[in-house]
Design a protein around this ligand. Structure first.
Ligand SMILES: *Cc1c(COP(=O)(O)O)cnc(C)c1O
Length: 365
């Protein structure tokens, strides 16, 4: 018996999201309506509080997390710029690809997957990098890297270099402190720990980065200069650039309000407790965790598929019998690692217990 009906926004009696359907299909405020502008202002202010920043350029970009990555490089990289990228998983690889398309001379610092970013190796990889990029929470491996440490080392060694952090899976799940850590450019996604539907990329850009931004990026849509209309104190006031995704921004505002009502500290503690319970339980079951000890993300647990077990079959059984979706491994680990997310709404002890019980049954342990 399935615990949940997996119908997405479909009409009819089995629709598990009647309110969302009504909301998204209901008449909306116009994107230039002063009331919507107020929603946008509040959303940007709540994003600043969530990021831990005063950056005026802090806004939700229209698109999923990847658009944040695209905007980050599009607005900072000039052809020939040296961009050092720490690669310890799939999303680090993707950053190299994106930076390369904007003409960067990419200096790729590869790590064993499952290990955190080695700050020393990254800051000594090139004598004068323009930009250094790393993934805070590598969703492909379940590893947390020390962005605070990277920021501090970078300020000592290359104070001129800009620091870019991919925070798609960290924002709202573990501590993120953009200003304190010296991060210049960061982006996230709504559908990971923020617990809102996919479709927006929370984005923040320091004043230092703003001064050094690419004047005319090759992508019109993501030109932060033109997006000034979205930005506090930005040039041109609230000028029209593209239609703001009104419903998405309203839902992000609501999601952020929920997080701040609970308290950012409580939210990260809840992620921590749920993840720890899940990881302890998996070990009690005799399973081996994949990410290096001491660097494991609570919101994304990677675990090795036991010898002789059919990875895909277990995932399918969890989905059909228990309504639980877990991920396959990424890259070379597609069949040998599972990835279990406990993010946002699911970062709860009862969810951790449910996954453990179901997995125990399916594996016969
Ligand atoms: C999910 C993810 C992305 C990509 O975000 P999309 O919303 O899928 O575009 C980028 N980086 C990391 C670390 C992610 O987990």
């Amino acid at each position: 018996m399935a615990l949940t009906e997996r119908t997405l926004l479909g009409p009819g009696p089995s629709n598990p999201y009647p309110e969302a359907t009504a909301g998204l299909a209901a008449p909306l405020l116009g994107h230039l309506d002063p009331e919507f502008i107020a929603v946008l202002e509040r959303t940007c202010e709540r994003l600043r509080a969530t990021w831990g920043t005063d950056n005026p350029v802090t806004l939700p970009l229209s698109g999923t997390g990847s658009i944040g990555m695209e905007a980050a490089f599009a607005n900072t990289v000039r052809p020939g710029d040296v961009v050092v990228v720490a690669v310890n998983g799939l999303f680090g690889v993707r950053m190299c690809e994106v930076a390369g398309r904007y003409g960067a001379e990419v200096v790729r610092v590869d790590h064993t997957w499952g290990e955190p970013v080695d700050v020393e190796r990254v800051v000594t990889a090139h004598p004068s990098p323009a930009l250094v990029a790393a993934v805070h929470a590598e969703t492909s491996t379940g590893v947390r890297s020390d962005i605070a440490g990277l920021g501090a080392a970078l300020r000592r060694r290359h104070p001129e270099a800009l620091l870019l952090a991919d925070c798609v899976t960290s924002l709202g799940g573990i501590e993120v402190a953009v200003d304190e850590w010296g991060v210049d450019i960061a982006y996230s996604g709504t559908q990971k720990c923020l617990g809102v539907a996919p479709g927006l990329a929370p984005f923040t850009f320091s004043e230092r980065a703003w001064e050094r931004r690419v004047e005319i990026p090759p992508v019109w849509y993501l030109d932060l200069g033109l997006l000034g209309g979205y930005v506090r104190g930005g040039p041109g006031g609230r000028a029209y650039h593209h239609t703001a995704p009104v419903a998405m921004i309203a839902s992000l505002e609501a999601g952020l309000a929920r997080i701040h009502e609970e308290g950012l500290g409580s939210v990260t503690e809840r992620h921590e407790a749920a993840g720890r319970r899940l990881q302890d339980g998996l070990r009690e079951m005799g399973l081996e965790l994949f990410a290096a000890e001491g660097h494991r993300l609570p919101q994304l647990t990677s675990v090795r598929v036991p010898e002789g077990v059919d990875s895909a079959k277990v995932r399918e059984q969890l989905l059909t019998d228990y309504g639980i979706e877990i991920g396959a491994g990424a890259g070379d680990y597609a069949n040998s690692v599972w990835r279990i997310g406990l993010m946002g709404h699911n970062a709860r002890l009862d969810r951790a217990e449910l996954v453990l019980t179901a997995l125990r049954r399916v594996l016969g342990r």
